[in-house]
Design a protein around this ligand. Structure first.
Ligand SMILES: NC(=O)c1ccc[n+]([C@@H]2O[C@H](COP(=O)([O-])OP(=O)(O)OC[C@H]3O[C@@H](n4cnc5c(N)ncnc54)[C@H](OP(=O)(O)O)[C@@H]3O)[C@@H](O)[C@H]2O)c1
Length: 234
């Protein structure tokens, strides 16, 4: 049977690349954007078989949008839900410089919003389903030997921890939870809007991530992996 994936934030960057990967591998893809975003490229992903691509809207920071978003999914069930939405946050990335609003914004967008939404979406997963979060190697405590990037690191390490909580509470139902580092990828975020060079292009990252998902889905594990299927230390 065709497998189905929900990708939250799929209209540009890594999310769009993942939508293409999974669609080309024969999956049914439901991708989200924020209301009003340009979804032309995402729509084009499904041109070869429009029945396998659907687009809906949600802003992960909005609790108010959750009921209508769940309703838009109807009775769809997903083998994988991929929480991809994220921001880089204030350019200074410094706890000393950050305003309360800057810290709140990155935690709400990268952590609290996606985790809250993921918890509300658990009922749309098939038995033995898989929940994936777009994490980052910046979310590892062990490999942070140089400091800096405090706001972004705080948001991703907290995402990893709250993802573990979802896993721990749902082990009996054999939930798989993956926290994935995509590499340093040449997207708007990865290039800081074209001002720096990233390490890798989009295609090898999303191809690797799709491989990682296909390898570990339904394993019943909670893993922190990069796009090459290498394990990261938490
Ligand atoms: N690129 C890298 O090197 C890298 C490395 C490690 C981890 N990551 C992670 O990978 C994920 C995707 O990043 P990217 O590189 O593809 O960045 P990107 O090109 O800037 O795309 C970010 C995506 O997140 C969406 N988004 C932002 N705020 C949102 C919100 N409140 N509600 C719903 N969607 C929202 C954006 O939607 P809009 O178009 O509406 O803004 C866009 O679809 C992020 O979680 C990021 O932290 C990226």
């Amino acid at each position: 049977m065709t497998k189905a994936i929900l990708i939250v934030a799929a209209e540009r960057g890594l999310g769009l690349g993942l939508a293409k990967q999974f669609f080309d591998r024969g999956w049914t893809v439901v991708g989200t954007s924020r209301s009003g975003a340009d979804t032309d490229e995402l729509r084009r992903v499904g041109e070869a078989d429009p029945d396998r691509l659907a687009i809906t809207n949600v802003d992960v920071t909005s609790a108010d949008q959750i009921p209508s978003f769940l309703e838009s999914l109807g009775d769809r069930r997903f083998d994988v839900i991929f929480m991809n939405a994220g921001i880089w946050g204030a350019p200074h990335q410094s706890v000393l410089e950050a305003t309360d609003e800057e810290f709140a914004e990155i935690m709400l967008t990268n952590t609290f919003g996606p985790v809250r939404l993921a918890r509300r979406l658990l009922g749309t997963l098939v038995p033995d389903g898989t929940l994936a979060f777009m994490s980052s190697h910046r979310g590892s405590i062990t490999i942070n030997l140089e400091g800096g990037l405090e706001l972004y690191r705080a948001s991703k390490v907290a995402t990893n921890m709250l993802a573990r909580g979802i896993y721990a509470e749902n082990r009996k139902s054999n939930l798989t939870v993956l926290c994935i580092h995509p590499g340093w990828v040449s997207t708007a975020m990865g290039t800081l809007n074209g001002t720096v060079n990233a390490e890798i292009e989009l295609e090898p990252s999303v191809r690797g991530i799709a491989d990682v998902v296909e390898i570990h889905m339904s394993s019943g594990e909670n893993l922190y992996l990069d796009y090459r299927d290498e394990r990261l230390d938490w």
